[in-house]
Ligand binder design. Sequence first.
Ligand SMILES: *[C@@H]1O[C@H](CO)[C@@H](O)[C@H](O)[C@H]1NC(C)=O
Ligand SMILES: *[C@@H]1O[C@H](CO)[C@@H](O)[C@H](O)[C@H]1NC(C)=O
Ligand SMILES: *[C@@H]1O[C@H](CO)[C@@H](O)[C@H](O)[C@H]1NC(C)=O
Ligand SMILES: *[C@@H]1O[C@H](CO)[C@@H](O)[C@H](O)[C@H]1NC(C)=O
Ligand SMILES: *[C@@H]1O[C@H](CO)[C@@H](O)[C@H](O)[C@H]1NC(C)=O
Ligand SMILES: *[C@@H]1O[C@H](CO)[C@@H](O)[C@H](O)[C@H]1NC(C)=O
Ligand SMILES: [Cu+2]
Length: 665
Amino acid sequence: MYLYLRWILLATGIGVVSSQTRLNLNSYLQPDRVTRQQFVSPPRGSSLCARQCVNGEAPKICYYKWLAENYVTLGPACGNCPVNVTACDEPQCVVANGYEKSVLTINRMVPGPNIQVCLGDRIIIDLQNNIAGGQMAIHWHGVFQRGTQYMDGVPMVTQCSIHEADVFRYDFLANNEGTHYWHSHDGLQKLDGIQGNLVIRTPKAKDPNGNLYDIDVPEHTLMILDWMNTTAEERFPGLRQREPGQMPITFLLDGRGRPKLLPGQQNASPVPYKEVWVEQGKKFRLRFVSGLCTVCGAQISIESHGMTLIATDGAPVKPVNIGSIDLFSGERYDVVLNANQTPGTYWIHIRGLAECSEPGIEIYQLAVLRYLGTNQARNDPPGYNGGFGNGGTVLNPQNASCATGQGGLCVSQLTGLIPDNDNVLSRPPNFNIVLSFGFHIFDNLQETFNKGRYERFFVAPDRTVLTSWINNISFISPPSPLLSQGPDTPREMFCPVGRDGFPQCPTNTTSADYCECIYVIKIPLGAVTQIVIGDLLPVADLHHPFHLHGYHFYVMAMDQFRNGETLQSVSKELLRTNFSRSLLPALKDTITVPSNGYAAIRFRADNPGLWFFHCHFMYHLATGMAVVMQVGNDGDWPPVPPKFPRCGNYQPTPYLEDYSNIIRG
Ligand SMILES: *[C@@H]1O[C@H](CO)[C@@H](O)[C@H](O)[C@H]1NC(C)=O
Ligand SMILES: *[C@@H]1O[C@H](CO)[C@@H](O)[C@H](O)[C@H]1NC(C)=O
Ligand SMILES: *[C@@H]1O[C@H](CO)[C@@H](O)[C@H](O)[C@H]1NC(C)=O
Ligand SMILES: *[C@@H]1O[C@H](CO)[C@@H](O)[C@H](O)[C@H]1NC(C)=O
Ligand SMILES: *[C@@H]1O[C@H](CO)[C@@H](O)[C@H](O)[C@H]1NC(C)=O
Ligand SMILES: *[C@@H]1O[C@H](CO)[C@@H](O)[C@H](O)[C@H]1NC(C)=O
Ligand SMILES: [Cu+2]
């Protein structure tokens, strides 16, 4: 391992840390947020990692101290916010939607600390867990962790959860650029506040779209959250009588929003809207990060301003003008906003999609785009239907025909700008995986809840009792991390492997179409791998976003099933035709599978490790809509560092131990 890490450090120029040199990390400590002023003109000799990246500059060490704990919105730090709006900006005041609620926070912020570094920097985070009785692990969504596979932050896949009162040090290199983010991968914590931005910049001259914008500052990384007025656990598995399901009540932009009011209702003391500041005559790079957790997508549009899309999940694409973006959980889209309108204030409109668009629900949120030097107040808040995308192209639409472009611009229609240096596209894939996902519905509740049966389930808004699967398998967590303690998990807990080489349900399961086991698909190291993933739910208006850890992938094709197509027929046809792609596809790491449709993705499996591939809807993941992609074998990925935390099952044997000696003393 030391060899491996030393090699990385030398290769990237961070040769400072060796077993001999001991440096005081505190001198590299970073603030939780950096202002535009600090970012653009830092003091001489500044150790700030949030900076404008310069060609040939030595990489920096970026050290962060994080404290995770139980916290509260509108708590004691907030004084009399929102009656006194100035008090809402006090340190440690978490405002959210102005509704008092228990949350979980890192450093008492929602979203949490904003990590902004340059490509090649070394990110070190000491995470102290003070959550009462809670355990956690943080995933760096979009970061490949090549060489530091054990830092991927998936509990029981890459590491043990960090227990209360413990500190864990995350330490990895920022080796792939783009707009990423971080979130707790443990339980349901991210919906309660444990997530934040992670942006890895390159020098502007190295961005193929760098000439399209003038200003790219940390405060323009804009995280969109869905928000409940209860904790996430209150909704799991879900109440049956009152407020069933897991629906949010609103969205927050960068942690701010107002509660939805009924028509004619006035909020006596509303919290201030989030304000995004721009200067007239300049072009701004806005980085939208979807921290959404529930099944609702969010559509973003800006009054009187179109947008130019320049990157998807961190990777540059050929610029294209759009009017609005449909964002789903885990996705990121970077756009250029041209501040060429009359100086003033303009609405930023975020409206709920899918289940959140239903009559009577219609969740939405507003924020303000403000030209510097103007202080005009706006008293004409648009409603749910008052979005500003009218006429412009909808990016990443629901229900569109991706083959014809009718209904919006699918990500499969974008043109990428990252050349296919790995020869992923030039030949047919070596390794094909066909996955379907769906729900097992427990319709005989008397049987399901019979004495001695304990099926995992959740309750949908329509009160259906169900659980989630991929290829009929509901993923269960191993008792020890597969990456660091693989042999500690009993073999019989894994799904048996069928004749086709893929895991399947054990033959003796109680239900023909559903089982729970540890689901691991093995991919040969180096194989050009194609995954075709299909939604087998005929009508539900759900668009499941699937995220692959450790990689990004070319989006080869996606669409809804048409004219009697099935997942099998589509995947056969896609293989036969090579997708007929003449243009370079876009790269993503999270793909929203069209409802009652499919997506095909392709990548070279050259990053060995155990990489989670799962639906990014939090409650679907919690009920098993997940699979581990094992690329290569133990020995292909680096071993964990010395003193890496260990954990495991305390499963007793069925035999009674003889304690007579101890009892006698
Ligand atoms: C409003 O809040 C600010 C900041 O906390 C404080 O300085 C000021 O005294 C408060 N004003 C009133 C009227 O309470
Ligand atoms: C949460 O919000 C919902 C929808 O606005 C409302 O019906 C419910 O009463 C709220 N719950 C609490 C505990 O305030
Ligand atoms: C698919 O691509 C490979 C490599 O370019 C080529 O040999 C093969 O003929 C193609 N198949 C079809 C059906 O186009
Ligand atoms: C199926 O077989 C496995 C292995 O023999 C056993 O552990 C498990 O309990 C069986 N399950 C059922 C539902 O019978
Ligand atoms: C899932 O179960 C259904 C019903 O038993 C079966 O028809 C289908 O082939 C199974 N799918 C897979 C991928 O095993
Ligand atoms: C997409 O299709 C579903 C199912 O037919 C429908 O309920 C939903 O309203 C459609 N959404 C849009 C945006 O067209
Ligand atoms: Cu899902």
